[in-house]
Design a protein around this ligand. Structure first.
Ligand code: NAD
Ligand code: ZN
Length: 261
């Protein structure tokens, strides 16, 4: 670990250990070490292939049965992203966040990931603004169920409570972020005096709003990313490195500081 990063690690750990209410904002970067490629940046799927069509949700609403058949075919296919998602296991970054939550320092995680790896790693207080690929959601009442709990005998499947059409919980291009998730993130960002931002450039709304909310209230940002982002200059510490290497060290330092105190 280079000396500069060592000093930054101390500053970041100090900010986390002394904050009143820490939340995390995480993105695709923290699952890269689980073998799931990001969309943007080096090695990103869009960097290699270009951006996909942005009207996925509109096409689903126009013909939900066709949307389901397409999605089920993709899940069963050998497509790079689908295979990576179904084979992935949590990495040290997910476990470090779960540990930070378990010791009472991290109060909530806002994740842009859909891969379910936070829960597999043991985190509990998580809001997934882009949904969760292991779940389905009713487009009318917003109810969520595990994918394996629903009857796929009829396509599209419908909600047992309200009869609405079910869709994958994963938020599609063109689909609004579910209200309940957005409201929870706003509550959390208002409570936070420190935000740990890992594996995201946080350039896309609504994720981009939350660091601004914390800053406007005088809070502190800590960033973990191998690349500089638009938030780097605003962060009290910007730790350059892969989340799976940096986050466990950060948690160790927080624990050491708490023992000293
Ligand atoms: P993004 O803009 O947040 O970019 C990914 C960021 O991760 C970049 O800033 C990159 O520098 C950083 N990064 C790369 N490797 C890293 C590492 N080892 N440790 C820490 N940071 C690292 O996100 P995106 O890739 O543009 O994805 C857009 C959206 O697509 C996501 O918000 C998500 O909803 C979805 N997505 C989800 C997954 C997943 O669930 N794992 C994967 C890809 C995309
Ligand atoms: Zn419903």
């Amino acid at each position: 670990m280079p000396a500069l990063l060592d000093a930054d690690l101390d500053r970041a750990a100090g900010a986390l250990a002394s904050a009143r209410y820490v939340i995390a904002l995480v993105g695709a970067g923290i699952s890269v070490e689980s073998g799931i490629p990001p969309f943007r940046g080096a090695g990103g799927l869009w960097t290699k292939r270009g951006e996909p069509p942005m009207d996925g949700y509109q096409r689903f609403i126009a013909d939900p049965a066709a949307g389901w058949r397409e999605m089920l075919a993709r899940r069963g296919s050998d497509d790079e992203f689908s295979r990576a998602l179904s084979e992935a296991a949590p990495n040290e970054a997910h476990f470090a966040l779960a540990r930070l939550e378990a010791i009472g320092v991290l109060r909530h995680t806002i994740s842009q990931n859909i891969d379910n790896l936070h829960f597999v790693a043991g985190s509990e207080a998580v809001t997934e603004i882009h949904g969760n690929r292991t779940k389905v959601r009713c487009i009318d009442c917003g109810g969520r169920w595990r994918f394996d709990e629903i009857d796929l005998g009829e396509i599209p499947p419908v909600c047992q409570h309200c009869g609405g059409v079910l869709k994958s919980d994963t938020v599609m291009f063109g689909e609004p972020i579910p209200q309940a998730a957005l409201a929870e993130c706003q509550v959390q960002a208002e409570l936070a005096d420190c935000m740990l931002i890992a594996g995201t450039s946080a350039t896309v709304t609504p994720a981009a709003w939350f660091p601004q909310m914390v800053l406007e209230r005088g809070g502190t940002l800590i960033e973990v990313n191998p690349e500089p982002t638009p938030l780097s200059g605003l962060a009290a510490a910007s730790l350059r490195g892969p989340a799976g290497e940096v986050l466990p060290q950060l948690v160790e330092r927080v624990l050491a500081m708490r023992q000293e105190a």
